[in-house]
Write a protein that binds this ligand. Structure first.
Ligand code: ARG
Length: 460
């Protein structure tokens, strides 16, 4: 086992099991790139304030860049006895450049180092996540525009309620994703403060320039309080919460896609390349991708609860507990990116069976509210109109006829206020076209809403 960077006060080597148990290098090595960037900024700051010479700085810079190349090409040997990504890289730097390597950690602790690394890492990952999110929104808006005139039943309680347009339904999903986007933006803005300089917990005695290292790393400013800096993981929890909500939205979307591809609904077709078959039932085409995404929300919600529970009751300042933040955080990032990619690729390729959705809207008396509104326009109070239409629906159920399939004479048995013009409102097109206001389902409104959504997307 290698010599520990902190070994000075110890009189026996670390227990083998404890070494493995306390190590994080197996999973935190994915922070290497940001760890090196953080070290480069710290070293440049130390040189600026005269703690390192410019010669020492160049040696450190060269050494760290060589290490980055070694890791990238898979030549770097990670050592569990060096515990984590930070000490692995620092030890390698000292191997390479000798005594100068040992000066890098001046005025720094792994506590402010790791807090910086995770923020930098998450900041980059957030940037990738919102790109995929935007790509999915683009797909939804395209689909909404294409299907702005396609009529389907709208549901409440999963019972046919009123006709809506397919495009309108897609734009509902887009609204959720737009809020998810702004939550990720909030999170990115709040996390962008630099903990470097907090050192272990109290700050450091060197004449450091925290503004300078913050600026080099693209942070808005240094964090305000050293104790908070090394212990805060709010940004990770906040990200997890935003991710949970995104996944909740994706699972709702998935549930509908799964329903809609079933033989009983048949509203849509998913491209074969996004589905799988059954090893026993030759006829099967299963919507595995939506099903899996519906399921993945479980692990993300679990990770959110892990992170909240990890932080709960922790005294100030840094505690080793926080090493447990990484695996949940990384898994959320991986999961969200994969799910967004799958849907961003798949959604534009959804095809809608417009005949089927139209036919479904015909069943279930989806224009009953339109008939009631028609009677109100003819002078009936709404409650009376509701009663009249209820009676005609009961008749329709008995006769197996939709309202639009009844003759004028039949309809007039329920109210003499009904005239020939009733058929304008009883048709599906009449129904959706009549909801002609901002946020309404009329195709005209859907097209305008899609255009506005696209304009907002293009402003990002
Ligand atoms: N691997 C540690 C973590 O992830 C780094 C910080 C350790 N600091 C310490 N004093 N042991 O939290």
């Amino acid at each position: 086992p290698s010599i520990k960077p902190w070994g000075g006060r110890f009189t026996e080597p670390t227990d083998q099991f404890v070494e493995r148990f306390t190590a994080s290098v197996s999973f935190d090595q994915r922070l290497y790139h940001h760890d090196i960037n953080g070290s480069l900024a710290h070293a440049a700051m130390l040189a600026k304030v005269g703690v390192l010479t410019t010669d020492e700085l160049s040696k450190i810079q060269e050494g760290l860049e060589e290490i980055r190349a070694e890791i990238l090409s898979g030549r770097f040997e990670w050592s569990v006895s060096l515990e984590d990504v930070h000490m692995n890289i620092e030890a390698r730097l000292t191997d390479k450049i000798g005594i100068t390597g040992k000066k890098l950690h001046t005025g720094r602790s792994r506590n402010d180092q790791v807090a910086t690394d995770i923020r930098l890492y998450l900041r980059d990952e957030l940037a990738l996540i919102v790109i995929e999110l935007s790509r999915l929104q683009q797909g939804l808006i395209t689909l909404a525009t294409r299907e702005a005139h396609t009529i389907m039943p709208g549901f409440t309680h999963l019972q046919t309620a009123q006709p809506v347009t397919f495009g309108h339904h897609m734009l509902a999903w887009n609204e959720m994703l737009e809020r998810d986007y702004s939550r990720f933006q909030d999170c990115a803005a709040r996390l962008n403060q630099c903990p470097l300089g907090a050192a272990a917990l109290a700050g450091t005695t060197y004449p450091i320039d925290r503004h300078y290292s913050a600026e080099l790393l693209g942070f808005d400013r240094p964090t305000e309080n050293s104790l908070d800096s090394v212990s805060d993981r709010d940004f990770a929890i906040e990200f997890a919460a935003a991710a949970s909500l995104l996944m909740t939205h994706m699972s709702r979307f998935s549930e509908e896609l799964v329903l809609w591809t079933s033989a009983q609904f048949k509203f849509i077709e998913l491209p074969d390349r996004f589905c799988t078959g059954s090893s026993i039932m030759p006829q099967k085409k299963n919507p595995d991708v939506p099903e899996l995404i519906r399921g993945k929300v479980g692990r993300v919600n679990g990770h959110l609860v892990s992170l909240l529970t990890l932080m709960k009751s922790q005294p100030l300042a840094y505690n080793k507990d926080n090493q447990e933040d990484k695996e949940p955080l990384f898994d959320i990032i991986d999961t969200v990116k994969d799910c967004l990619k799958a849907y961003a690729d798949m959604v534009p390729a959804i095809t809608v069976n417009a005949d089927v959705t139209r036919e479904a809207a015909m069943r279930g008396f989806s224009t009953a509210t339109d008939l009631a509104d028609y009677l109100v326009r003819k002078g009936l109070p709404f409650r009376d109109a509701h009663e009249v239409v209820g009676k005609s629906v009961a008749y329709g159920i008995a006769e197996n006829k939709d309202l639009s399939e009844m003759s004028l004479a039949e309809l007039q048995t329920f109210s003499t206020d009904i005239e020939q013009d009733v058929f304008d409102v009883l048709t599906l097109e009449g129904s959706v076209n009549a909801r002609d206001h901002i946020g309404g389902t009329a195709p005209k409104q859907v097209l305008a809403a899609a255009e506005r959504a696209l304009a907002r997307l293009n402003l990002r």
